[in-house]
Design a protein around this ligand. Structure first.
Ligand SMILES: Cc1cn([C@H]2C[C@H](O)[C@@H](COP(=O)(O)OP(=O)(O)O[C@H]3O[C@H](C)C(=O)[C@H](O)[C@H]3O)O2)c(=O)[nH]c1=O
Length: 176
């Protein structure tokens, strides 16, 4: 697999390098040694999956407040999503910048999002599933979020959400 830098400091598109034969392909999706060598957080504390019945489902953008920051390796395992991260680290050279990537089931890409960035996605197809590897465990009281259409970030989405949790739709404007 290849770690391809994104415009966001510390965030990478993880490109699979499929080994093909007459049956199909085999590919490594994660390599702790390669992550550590690149200075990425290689811990796997928990794995999660989310199923989204309706195309146009928007989840996020979420993060955990320090000291419970969580890195995420995000992969689409069914359907397709527009996957977005926004940098909320005040000391980062890419503070308040965002980067999106289309992730498809069977596609070559995953998205590694370090702690301190918020993450969200908009599904592009019905019955889309997203799998996460998390570097830190879930701490409900540390759950935070920013709004998908917050003017502070100017995130471009392929469409408006068809379904979104009230919590996600009503985060207050982000103050830099
Ligand atoms: C995140 C999480 C949630 N939960 C429970 C809490 C709720 O009872 C239920 C659904 O949680 P929530 O509505 O926060 O799920 P999402 O809106 O999909 O949140 C996720 O979506 C965005 C895109 C992310 O990047 C995070 O992975 C995560 O915040 O699962 C858990 O038990 N463990 C967990 O790690």
């Amino acid at each position: 697999m290849k770690l391809v830098p994104t415009p966001l400091a510390g965030a990478y598109v993880v490109e699979l390098e499929p080994l093909r034969d007459e049956r199909g392909f085999f590919a490594r999706t994660y390599d702790a040694a390669q992550f550590e060598a690149a200075g990425l957080d290689a811990r796997i504390a928990q794995c999660n999956t989310s199923f989204n019945a309706v195309a146009g489902t928007l989840r996020g953008l979420h993060y955990q407040a320090e000291p419970h920051g969580e890195g995420k390796l995000v992969r689409c395992t069914r359907g397709a999503v527009w996957d977005v991260a926004v940098d909320l680290r005040p000391d980062s050279p890419t503070y308040c910048a965002w980067f999106g990537v289309e992730l498809r089931a069977g596609g070559a890409d995953s998205y590694y999002i370090p702690a301190g960035l918020a993450h969200g996605f908009l599904t592009l197809e019905a019955d889309s599933e997203v799998h996460y590897q998390m570097t830190y465990h879930y701490v409900p009281d540390a759950a935070r979020g920013v709004r998908w259409d917050d003017p502070a970030f100017g995130i471009r989405w392929p469409g408006a959400p068809v379904t979104i949790a009230d919590r996600d739709a009503t985060y207050p404007d982000f103050v830099r």
